[in-house]
Design a protein around this ligand. Sequence first.
Ligand code: FAD
Length: 688
Amino acid sequence: MDKKRLIIVGGGFGGVKCAQTLRRELSEGQAEIVLFDRQNHLVFSPLLAEVVGSSINPLDVIVPLRQLLPGAFCRTEEVQNIDFEHNEVEYQGEDGMSARMHYDHLVIACGNVTNLNVVPGMADHGLPLKTLADAARLRSHLMAQMEQAEVSADSARRRWHLTVLVVGGGYSGVEAAGEINDLLRSSARYFHWKEEDIKVVLIHSRDQILPEISPGLREFARKKMEKAGVQIVLNARVSSATMEGVGMHEGQFLRGGTIVCTVGSSAAPVMAGLKFPKEKGRLVTEPDLRVKGAGNVWAIGDCAWIINAEDGQPCPTTGQFAERQGRQCAQNIARVLKGQQTKPFRFKLLGELCSIGGHSAVADLFGLHLSGFLAWFVWRGVYLFKLPTFGRQLQVGFDWALMLVFPRDLAYVRSEETERVSLAHYDTGDFIIKKGEAPTNFYVLKEGEVEVLRDGAGSEVVAVLGPGSFFGERALLGNRPRVMSVRARTPIEVLVMGKNVFTQVSNSLAPLRDALAQTLNRRSVDIWKDRPQVYELLHRTCAKDLMETVPQPLLKPTATIRDVGRAFVEHGNEFFFVSSDGQTLEGVVTITDLIRGQTGNSACLVTEFMTKNPVTVAAEDDCTIAANCFREYRLKTLPVVEKKNGRKLVGCIRMRRIMAFVLKETAGQGLSTTDPKAFQEAGQASKS
Ligand SMILES: Cc1cc2nc3c(=O)[nH]c(=O)nc-3n(C[C@H](O)[C@H](O)[C@H](O)COP(=O)(O)OP(=O)(O)OC[C@H]3O[C@@H](n4cnc5c(N)ncnc54)[C@H](O)[C@@H]3O)c2cc1C
């Protein structure tokens, strides 16, 4: 037999077992085994929750691949693409250049990746639990929350720091909730806060946690966890995540300083380019684990859709199955190389184990149901035995023995991460900035609207800002506490820039520097200071009192630049609103936009040159907000919508109309309204 090259992509449970079995089945002269993984270690994920709970040392749950696989060539590189036509994998070499390697057989064992985008805001505010870095970060976060609770003078805030919301009641959610609950409660004696301040909430979308195990054990787990202090919320779906907590589909909002997300996964990025049949994003295999339609490509573990010949059901995505598939895949490859018949994958589940905290677990082993301390003891024994090397078994055993005598380690390394630019999601009513806070970030609004408030209580709205606007610059540049609060008026997506990044970018990027200087000038002038009566008058007057009807016709987003030009000629409007359904505002187009949109393509759609999601005022907003918007955006007209957090058009308000109203109302009062600078400024530079 010629020496063959067998490549495995992924060094998780499946890939490692496959490589080990291949080495046993085939001599070095028969096969070269190459294993690619972007990290140089196997993560023993069943023990990740123990890392979070500080029961074991983070490094104890990983094992270097090259120590596990002495007979294989381990490459710490990410496979970027697979060229099935030429039997080659493409990866980024150590010099940063793309490189290729030929294979005779390829095993895809790349698992899956966390996808926090299943819930708006989760990617920004939720902490996942998939990798060692996730576990270490979550552990540090919890330690930081306990420290902050210790120094918090406000009792509600203290409880917020000590509230943990775990989303997902499967294995990892239950184990994480149990461990976190143990960690917080056992640590209370070292702090001045009380155990009553702690709240760990497990949120699950179904009517029972742990759907994988028998109903009796599930019920035991639920009761035991509730007794230990974990609050279990069933039949509840999380609809959003914010800095403050999670919103539920049912309308409820749960506040908490830590959100752990154990739901949501998607295919590993390399899978996207694979043009083979997939089911739920996983590669569909033949019974012998070969990818359907590919002769020499195999798939195992979480990335594969494999039907178990034992029961005709798709295999679950567990480590237990991934290992068995890895072993059988290797045996089948060896059979193919030796000219023998392959065998279908068949595996009878040995049992299931889940730790639920408080030295308790539930176990379903060979049909035997165990619960409580005995199950916990078995759980520890089984996982200790399953740890890949004797060294790790000793280390973890030693950690666990120490924990019986000594308390959990509460130290954490505060990693001063390099500041970066990130995205954040806020729901209606959430504060992004609070008056009096130290300045840390600069914000650019991507979607939605915020309102700027003179005070923290939110009684006086000073301005409304829409997509494309920025805020937070004044306090950052002046390095002084925030002088106003900013609150989300609708759900928003905002780009958050740390102080150092902001300083560097604004110092080196001239257009941003100029825009900042202009905005600073404009925002630092209080236009109402010398006109208190005008302010009072406008403050008392609602936008709906002065608004005009929606200018007709409304344009459809499918209107072309030619249609828009014709509409301006025929109707003589200064602008048109754009809406698909004749009600919901999607954009506004002015003559200036029309001129800018001239690219020579007469089929160009209005959506390409209109102002999308323009800033609006609500019918119930007072006219100072409208006046401030005219000034901020240099507009003459603003769309008026029915409600603050909606886009249903009800009219428009013109700067000229407000000025006329002020002049009329104040005539004869001796006020200097003949010089309404506030509006003049806006009028001179207005857009349309
Ligand atoms: C918190 C938690 C607790 C769990 N508890 C249990 C449990 O108690 N019992 C149980 O049976 N299962 C448990 N699981 C599930 C189990 O971990 C997975 O089912 C198992 O890891 C799947 O193995 P795998 O080999 O398919 O993928 P993984 O173990 O995820 O390994 C995939 C590997 O591929 C690598 N990779 C991906 N793409 C590329 C690429 N393009 N190039 C190079 N390398 C790549 C990754 O870095 C990773 O190392 C748990 C999972 C989690 C997250």
